[in-house]
Design a protein around this ligand. Structure first.
Ligand SMILES: Nc1ncnc2c1ncn2[C@@H]1O[C@H](COP(=O)(O)OP(=O)(O)O)[C@@H](O)[C@H]1O
Ligand SMILES: [Mg+2]
Length: 239
């Protein structure tokens, strides 16, 4: 882990207007620094603002207040074209719902992430195969998502997220649709891959077992970040 911050988020607030019930502060004055190479996990119940926070950090969404600096670039100062480039080159996303293209094979789903790069096509193919080997899917590269188990689909999504060697990986409930055993394997794999490649990972989750696979744990409640588990709730069943 290096000493410099690859992510700096200061006083982030995201307010949504919710029909006639008024405003919801999905993220409420959250500040966060993540060191290069760190594996940070943010643990919080459903609705606590985890997805919104990740989307702000990854430049998929804009804060109502506050700012995000990613690898030295202040996101709010970038126009949409620059932002697309930053997301493509510096950030890998993994979503709970995998978001694979159903008519594409595992291999094609990974190749898609490499298509906009200047890498020659034959190298793209080699790299996609290598990534699928890395996630243990060498024997499954020509399978469609529907022919793969949930755990295997998530491995494809992770291979895709790793494709461009992004400096930052953002994992949104990466184990949310997986059983505990598969979820642990996936986390272990992300941990190893990010360590081997020096990547920074921010994972958000409500699965308690993540604490064994992380360098640092933060907690989120009602849009706010805490360094310790808030004591005001029944926590046994979730942690
Ligand atoms: N696009 C949106 N419009 C209105 N409200 C939203 C929107 N996205 C999220 N919210 C609200 O913001 C809060 C936090 O949501 P979210 O970030 O998805 O939490 P989590 O990922 O922890 O489940 C919730 O109350 C949710 O209903
Ligand atoms: Mg969410």
């Amino acid at each position: 882990m290096s000493n410099s911050n690859i992510i700096e988020a200061s006083n982030l607030t995201k307010t949504y207007r919710k029909g006639n019930v008024g405003e919801v502060k999905a993220v409420d004055d959250a500040s966060l620094e993540v060191k290069e190479g760190e594996f940070l996990t943010i643990f919080g119940p459903s609705g606590s603002g985890k997805t919104t926070l990740l989307n702000l950090i990854g430049g998929l969404d804009k804060p109502t207040k506050g700012k995000v600096t990613l690898d030295g670039l202040e996101l709010s100062k970038l126009n949409e074209a620059k932002l697309v480039k930053v997301r493509r080159e510096k950030v890998g996303f993994v979503f709970q719902a995998f978001n694979l293209i159903p008519t594409f094979s595992a291999l094609e789903n990974v190749q898609v992430a490499l298509a906009p790069t200047s890498m020659p096509k034959n190298e793209q193919l080699d790299r996609a195969v290598e990534l699928l080997e890395l996630v243990g899917l060498k024997q499954r590269i020509n399978h469609l998502p529907a022919e793969l188990s949930a755990g295997e689909q998530q491995r494809v999504a992770i291979a895709r997220a790793f494709a461009n060697k992004p400096k930052v990986l953002l994992l949104d409930e990466p184990t949310g649709n997986l059983d505990t055993k598969t979820g642990k394997e996936i986390l272990k794999m992300c941990h190893k891959a990010s360590k081997d490649q020096g990547q920074t990972v921010v994972a958000v989750t409500h699965a308690g077992y993540v604490k064994s696979y992380t360098n640092r744990l933060l907690f989120m409640r009602d849009g706010k970040l805490f360094s310790e588990m808030p004591k005001d709730e029944i926590q046994e069943e979730e942690y």
